[in-house]
Design a protein around this ligand. Structure first.
Ligand code: M6R
Length: 613
């Protein structure tokens, strides 16, 4: 989704903006632009396409001299990707320039009002109403701050804004509501951005703005106001991770780097939370007596985060004996879920900004459910809005296709499960300790899944199977939940039509799609159901399917009797097996996408952080 950068200081703004935008490319975009307040007043340059096109157009920023500016990468919502629809958007009178991340829901009504007052529009975007609305109020009062306040009072929807005014060559205004915006404190310079990597080269001191916040700043001073217009302090936090964590570090793609990051980030997520074979979760704010009253768990999320919830259902129900329902956030909101103070809602999100998940969280809180967020991005909206947050310490995840965030989310689910099972006494002590021990050793097992020998085998299968048009993932129980994630990976980065089914469900319809040569990826790692999955493999093979089976090392020879090809992962504690199983699925999708010539890190039409409904 859109990315914003803003700079006020003593250096040339345009190169800083272009560099900052390059660090936001991962969010997904189709056009980019910058506006600098220079000797000629407000000057904007923008273009459809990749950032390189903007670099070329601006001669790497040299064509836009000036020490204050705003930049934007746009992911089209209102109006096609085009030069005209790219941000920044200037008001019709050229006085106000705006970059915007979010959606203005009542923009048509505002546009009509502005047109009736003689304003001309030059784009199809919702954002253009913002610059014109501010300009309208500015013409009335000649007070910029008041004009911005009056304008945003009329806006319905979400917005992170960077605002420049032709008549204030040294000042910028930033506003945030329901879209991410951070404020960076430099030495004689300030920054705004949608995410930390955009400004980390310049400062580690960052404040996560609150909803309703406004920042008014020059190179030498900044004032913050809250939603009520009251002056407030926004104290910077220090970012401790290195920019290299958000760089490729010698890998050809972020996705591959992030796949290999997994053993380390799992250590960071798991190890501090296990002591003496017990889970220590100081982050869980609910007392044992409150937890004992929990009658139902909802797991609310989108995409891969939701698929973590699908695995979690099996694990939580088996271990904690609490009915657990995973539900996609966009459905939860409108499904009239039955919630009360004895319902625990877990919200899972890498970005912590996903609009549907955030809205679902607000709904759950309004209905008095207990809310716990599992989030990767520190200080994000979902992290702030939940009763409590458990951070997944995956570090910045840049590739659109999640890998290490998924794995750390799953690890966090194991931690919550074992913690709850101990409080609720639904597992024997020895069982809990054995599972904790296995969980502590999970990073090593993941490392084993990434051995060169295993990767070479996956590369081979990707190179021979990459040109299939369709694929089916089948599995039972926990394996069926992992199929969902494997299938999504293949769709999103390799653009292969792929379906995931519970293996026992095929014969109720989808088996009619199996033809000679159809690719079926079967996961068969749940030992008690192994034979049943083999029977399902036989059913598809009888119709001509080509079957690649993923199983545990101990079952390899058995699986070879049925499937065309077999790949293996080590056998681990059954609850944790999904964490190993997903690794070859990630690498298979990665190498398949490469073989198909796809843009692995920035797949078409997708954005990393989905901040619209
Ligand atoms: O940031 P979130 O975890 O809330 O994002 C949810 C989904 O958009 C995300 O998992 C998406 O499905 C990934 N691209 C999958 O790889």
């Amino acid at each position: 989704m859109c990315g914003i950068v803003g700079y006020v200081g003593r250096q040339q703004a345009a190169p800083i903006l272009l560099d900052g935008l390059s660090k936001l490319e991962y969010r997904g975009y189709d056009s980019a632009g910058i506006c600098v307040h220079g000797p000629m007043g407000l000057e904007a340059m923008k273009t459809k396409g990749r950032l390189q096109a903007l670099r070329d157009k601006t001669d790497d920023g040299k064509k836009l001299p000036g020490v204050i500016g705003i930049g934007h990468t746009r992911w089209a919502t209102h109006g096609a990707p085009s030069d005209q629809n790219s941000h920044p958007h200037l008001s019709d009178d050229g006085v106000i320039a705006v970059v915007h991340n979010g959606i203005i829901e009542n923009y048509m009504e505002l546009k009509e009002m502005l047109i009736s007052k003689g304003c001309h529009f030059h784009s199809d975007t919702d954002t253009e109403v913002i610059s014109n609305l501010i300009a309208l109020h500015y013409r009335e009062h000649h007070d910029l701050l008041e004009a911005v306040r009056q304008a945003i009072r009329r806006l319905e929807g979400s917005y992170a804004l960077g605002i420049l005014c032709r008549e204030f060559p040294r000042q910028m205004i930033a506003v945030k509501k329901d879209s991410p915006l951070i404020f960076g404190f430099g030495d004689g310079e300030y920054f705004i951005a949608s995410d930390v990597p955009a400004i980390l080269k310049h400062t580690r001191k960052v404040a996560y703005l609150e909803d309703g916040d406004m920042a008014v700043f020059t190179a030498n001073s900044v004032s913050f106001y809250n939603a009520l217009g009251e002056p407030v302090r926004r104290t910077p936090e220090t970012i401790t991770w290195e920019l290299s964590a958000a760089e490729r570090g010698g890998f050809p793609h972020f996705m591959l780097k992030e796949i290999y990051d997994q053993p380390n980030v799992l250590r960071d997520t798991i190890h501090p939370r296990i002591q003496n074979n017990h889970v220590v979760l100081d982050e869980i704010p609910f007392s044992p007596s409150v937890l004992k009253k929990i009658r139902r768990i909802y797991i609310v999320a989108c995409g891969s985060s939701y698929y973590v919830g699908c695995v979690a259902k099996y694990i939580l129900e088996k271990s904690c004996k609490i009915p657990t329902e995973p539900i996609v956030a966009s459905e939860f909101r409108y499904a009239d879920p039955i919630l009360d103070e004895n319902t625990l809602c877990l919200f899972i999100s890498q970005s912590g900004e996903t609009a549907d998940t955030l809205a679902a969280l607000r709904e759950a809180k309004a209905q008095k459910a207990k809310t716990l967020a599992i989030v990767n991005v520190v200080g994000s909206a979902i992290a702030k809005a939940a009763d409590q947050v458990l951070y997944t310490w995956a570090g910045p995840e840049i590739a659109v296709a999640t890998t290490k965030a998924y794995s750390t989310q799953l690890a966090t689910i194991y931690l919550i499960t074992l913690y709850l099972a101990e409080v609720l006494e639904t597992m024997a002590q020895e069982e809990i300790q054995a599972a904790c021990k296995a969980l502590y050793g999970l990073p090593e097992q993941i490392q084993a899944c990434l051995s060169q020998e295993r990767i070479t085998q996956i590369q081979y299968y990707a190179s021979t199977l990459f040109d299939h048009r369709d694929a089916f993932f089948i599995g039972r129980n926990l394996d069926s939940a992992t199929c969902l994630e494997g299938s999504l990976k293949l769709k999103e980065i390799a653009y292969i039509h792929s379906e995931a089914y519970a293996a026992g469900e095929l014969k109720h319809g989808p088996i009619s799609l199996i033809e000679p040569g159809t690719l079926v990826l079967a996961i068969a790692t749940v030992a008690p159901l192994f034979e049943k999955t083999m029977a399902n493999i036989k059913e598809v093979k009888a119709r001509g399917a080509h079957v690649l089976c993923l199983t545990t090392e101990d079952l390899e020879q058995e699986a070879k009797k049925t499937a065309d090809h077999v790949i293996t992962v080590p056998k681990i504690h059954p609850l944790l097996q999904p964490s190993l199983n997903v690794i070859p699925l990630q690498t298979f999708s990665y190498y398949t996408a490469l073989a198909r010539g796809c843009d692995v890190d920035q797949p078409r039409n997708l954005a990393k952080s989905v901040t619209v409904e």
